[in-house]
Design a protein around this ligand. Structure first.
Ligand code: NAD
Length: 292
């Protein structure tokens, strides 16, 4: 059995998988691979799947399956798995770091000190305590974020889809209600047809003036042009993003927009998460090897 590691994983993973077969990171060997390991970089499209003549299983290290044509893979009898539970803490902690960094102006403070400037009076800060956090996508990551926000004494709202009850947030039926009431809005829903571009000029019109938005979900859930305009107009006080239309972003209007805090899709990249992902993959391949 040939296992192709197509994206970046924990460095110890190839050694651990050797007991199940040959392990390679040579993408030219896709036609021979029985199992392919991907993260978000590899696009397992119809064309990609057509090249993989021996493929039986795709494992996505991470949560979002939007880079895999699941329907086509299933038609071809290829099983698709993700490592859904592994990344929750890593993404929730990065989201919280971004949410703290913006109102505390941490990046501007660092830059000013590096430039030898002392702008103590200009660096006004605001606190999270007592502010309202609106969570769009109250699943694993949204809930982990809510638990952390509660410890900071924030008020927490979430948007309804697929949420039947919550111990951590007050549920609102309409997106516009969450946008209108929140000082911080955090995106954690999957990228599907109904969430693609859902934060746009029209929905941004409902946002409370001066709110901060954090997106560690998926870049394509927002219209970047409209976010950039909202930042310029002051509708949004800040936008923190870990996720982009492409990795890395090309010609994104956000790069030059004011009050943007950017990270290069590192939400899942904690050392601990890479180890957890490796453990789940090892188990999935171990089970597969036993069955075949
Ligand atoms: P999850 O499935 O546990 O939660 C997603 C939640 O979104 C659901 O519980 C539901 O409340 C809501 N939702 C589902 N479909 C919806 C729809 N059509 N409209 C509105 N809301 C909807 O997933 P999770 O583990 O919390 O991960 C959430 C997302 O975070 C992933 O889909 C992925 O895109 C993203 N993610 C990003 C990184 C990163 O590196 N930045 C890492 C992991 C996950």
């Amino acid at each position: 059995m040939l296992i192709l590691i197509s994206d970046a994983f924990d460095k110890t993973l190839p050694e651990k998988l050797k007991k199940y077969g040959e392990v390679t990171d040579d993408k030219n060997r896709l036609p021979e691979a029985e199992i392919v390991l991907v993260r978000s970089k590899t696009q397992a499209t119809r064309e990609y799947i057509d090249q993989a003549k021996c493929l039986k299983m795709i494992i996505r290290g991470g949560v979002g399956l939007d880079n895999i044509d699941i329907e086509y893979a299933e038609q071809k009898g290829i099983a698709v798995h993700n490592t859904a539970d592994a990344s929750t803490t890593a993404v929730a902690e990065l989201t919280f770091a971004l949410m703290i960094a913006m109102p505390n102006q941490l990046v501007r403070a660092q830059q000013s000190m590096t430039e030898g400037k002392w702008i103590k009076k200009e660096l006004t800060r605001t606190e999270l305590m007592g502010k309202t956090l609106g969570i769009l996508g109250m699943g694993r990551i949204g809930t982990a974020l809510a638990i952390r926000a509660r410890a900071f004494r924030m008020n927490i709202l979430c948007w309804r889809p697929l949420v039947y009850f919550s111990d951590f947030a007050v549920i609102r039926n309409h997106l516009e209600e969450v946008l209108a009431e929140s000082d911080y809005i955090s995106l954690h829903m999957p990228l599907v047809d109904s969430t693609r571009g859902i934060i746009n000029k029209k929905t941004l019109a409902s946002v409370k003036k001066g709110a901060y938005m954090i997106n560690t979900g998926r870049g394509q859930c927002v219209i970047e042009e409209d976010i950039a305009a909202a930042l310029k107009e002051g509708t949004l006080a800040g936008y923190a993003s870990d996720v982009w239309y492409s990795d890395p972003p090309e010609n994104s209007p956000l790069i030059s927009a004011p009050n943007v805090l950017m990270t290069p899709h590192i939400g899942a990249s904690s050392t601990e998460n890479m180890q957890r992902i490796g453990e789940i993959i090892e188990k999935l391949i171990g089970d597969y090897a036993q069955r075949h």
